[in-house]
Design a protein around this ligand. Structure first.
Ligand SMILES: Nc1ncnc2c1ncn2[C@@H]1O[C@H](COP(=O)(O)OP(=O)(O)O)[C@@H](O)[C@H]1O
Ligand SMILES: [Mg+2]
Length: 324
């Protein structure tokens, strides 16, 4: 197993640098002046709805598509003109990964190893993605989650320092999704850099050191999930469930008070506000049942920034862009 910083690129600050990237398809600007950096050793997520330009950007970074303009550096190289310098150091699991139906995971890994001219420990790779029990089963008998795990194992054949995982959990059930999350967390612990794309907000929030929210080919916010929430979310709120008359009492403190779902919510300017509110509630003689602190999630922020979830969409997923 690789230790953190074991790769030459591990001393670099940024594994990926993108500046003013543009990709047009005819009159469509699928990527429209995109800037982002991915730091070595982090899990970086592109979070955005279908059609936002995630796959286009990722495939430019992988050297598979040609940019229209702008600057792109992957491990210090231009992936289009210097792919030979990059190929052996990156691993790729494409969106909608598919494989030959009558090959087994073990055979597939051996095939990839031959293609790369490397001799990985196939059993260790299978164990890494928890496919050891399925090592000799045909691809077409595996579940969707197992297909994705196999895709990740294949991306690891050449022991890459940088991995691109394009929507690795789309369409998976919650348990299979969590299993992939564990694999991704492990990749980071090994010191690898992971470039993830997803349209699942919770996934981005759970896994990422930093996120770029991408919409219509542009990044509209970048930072750690906590940063993004702090910058674009509402302030923390203290929520008190109890007598509705509590709202008027708390308002005497000069705080912004709202009634939400039968409870009283108060925006906190500081932690001290919470103490003052609770002291007032305790001495009010009014009934109160419980209290909690409400913090915006990435989903709350995203919805307020880009648009509202439409009925019928997957919970926690970003809806397709309207008008597409
Ligand atoms: N090869 C292509 N030719 C023409 N249009 C494309 C091509 N690939 C993607 N697009 C369009 O570019 C936009 C971005 O697509 P894509 O990068 O696949 O987004 P995402 O991965 O975020 O869903 C979409 O409007 C898509 O229809
Ligand atoms: Mg895509």
């Amino acid at each position: 197993m690789q230790e953190a910083g074991a790769w030459p690129g591990g001393t670099m600050t940024n594994s990926i640098e993108v500046s003013k990237l543009v990709k047009t398809y005819g009159s469509l600007r699928a990527v429209d002046g995109l800037d982002c950096d991915v730091r070595t050793g982090e899990v970086f997520s592109f979070l955005g709805p279908n059609g936002a330009g995630k796959t286009t950007t990722v495939e430019i970074l992988e050297g598979l598509r040609r940019k229209t303009s702008g600057e792109v550096r992957v491990l210090g190289f231009d992936p289009w003109t210097q792919l030979d310098q990059v190929r052996s150091r990156i691993g790729v699991t494409p969106q909608d990964f598919h494989f030959f139906p009558k090959l087994t995971p073990r055979e597939a890994l051996r095939l990839y190893a031959n293609l790369f001219g490397v001799k990985p420990d196939v059993d260790e790779l299978l164990a890494r993605v928890e496919l050891q029990d399925k090592a000799n089963d045909y691809y077409d008998t595996l579940s969707g989650g197992q297909h994705q795990k196999m895709g990740v194992a294949l991306a690891l054949v050449n022991d890459p320092e940088l991995l691109f995982l394009d929507e690795p959990t789309t369409g998976l059930d919650p348990r299979a999704r969590r299993a992939i999350w564990e694999v991704i967390r492990h990749l980071k612990l090994e010191g690898r850099t992971v470039f993830l794309t997803t349209h699942y907000l919770e996934e981005a929030q759970q896994l990422s050191d930093r996120i770029a929210i991408i919409n219509r080919g542009r990044i509209i916010a970048t930072g750690s999930p906590v940063d993004i929430i702090a910058r674009f979310g509402r302030p923390e709120r203290l929520r008190v469930v109890g007598d509705p008359a509590l709202a008027d009492r708390i308002a005497t403190l000069g705080l912004h008070v709202e009634r939400v779902d039968g409870a009283v919510e108060v925006e906190l300017r500081s932690k001290a506000d919470a103490l003052a509110i609770l002291a007032l509630v305790a001495s009010s003689g009014l009934r109160w049942d419980r209290f909690s602190i409400q913090t915006d999630t990435l989903e709350d922020v995203f919805i307020s920034m880009v648009g509202r979830l439409e009925d019928g969409s997957t919970p926690g997923a970003i809806p397709e862009e309207a008008g597409k």
